[in-house]
Ligand binder design. Sequence first.
Ligand SMILES: *[C@@H]1O[C@H](CO)[C@@H](O)[C@H](O)[C@H]1NC(C)=O
Length: 379
Amino acid sequence: MLLLNIACTLGLIVVVACFDLPPLSGRYEVGTVAFEIIDPSRVDPLAPDTRVRDLMLSAYYPTTTPKNHGLANAYTAPHAAFLERKYGLPSGAAANVVSQAHTSAPIARSNNDMPLILFSPGYGLSRSMYTSILSSIASSSYIVLALDHPFDTDFIDYPDGRSVSNTQAKSVNWKSPEYVSLRADDVRFVLDQILGNASVAAQIPGVGDRVLKPAKVALFGHSAGGATAAWTMHLDARIGCGVDLDGVLVGPVVDAGLDRPFAILGAEDRKANVEPSWASLRAASTAWKGEVSVTGSLHYGFSDLGFEAQAWRDQGGGEVSAELGKLVDSVGPIAGGRMLRVMDAWMVDFWKGCLGGEGYGLWEKGASKEWPEVVVRED
Ligand SMILES: *[C@@H]1O[C@H](CO)[C@@H](O)[C@H](O)[C@H]1NC(C)=O
């Protein structure tokens, strides 16, 4: 069900497409902040000119004082305009998607040892397309830190008004190990900075001069971001566990396997056609591992886009642009809100296992009445 956002309709003669992302699943309210960090040591190999790697991040974290901090839009105004053009949406359709995270609310005190979960998006998508997933995970008492990969993300805008798009990138084989290793370098730089640079940690309101001392660190990603998760875990022992959302894995990790827990959530079409890189990784891994496929899902549904695309379609009253039609087809028939609940529940269950030592209840139990669309691979 879509909750109408009153602020979007008041005072407008025409009701602009307008909706809230679904409620959070955890017991905390959530704050969010976006910020930039620059890596002066790495020249950007994808940029059309000479510049260094310039990353935009969003943090989502529990807050106990959300009052006076309005709900953040899922997309910045320039990014929303970009998406409205790309998908042939009415003006305001992307601009008025409202998240459940409170802009710049201070982080809950006494929580600087909360586990930290990093996130890497799919190729050509952006961190903002996972706002619902990321904030819902944070509501179960995690700090979630998502990054964009410049000239790979569809559109990034920086605080000073500059923007970059992947259409400007030098040509790149985004499935190659070299390319995934560039993404892994981005993730490791973010981890170095958030753990080791007090002025970066201080970007999260309320952290102040306390440094973050997460008890554990995890990493997940979608598509190329899932490949990034496995590859970065292979390189970096600080990352205790990870999740791949429907990403084909590349690089030496596929044969080497992992010695820390790793979970894979795959689209329906992977159920019959075993993805070879997943089978290989699982066979070689010595730690806990799990793989499920979600009936009714397709590749792009492992993001907020399923929920958003279906809402835009439904609000169009039968008028759907060719581009939006393609997007709707690429997320699968499962209801977008249900898909978000599946991803949230199964990932939080996994985080409780590997970050909290509370077992892997859903994963171990397998088929259940509550999650009939989730098929656990038993081999
Ligand atoms: C720490 O972060 C600040 C702000 O991003 C940056 O200017 C500074 O160079 C960083 N210091 C180190 C040692 O990386």
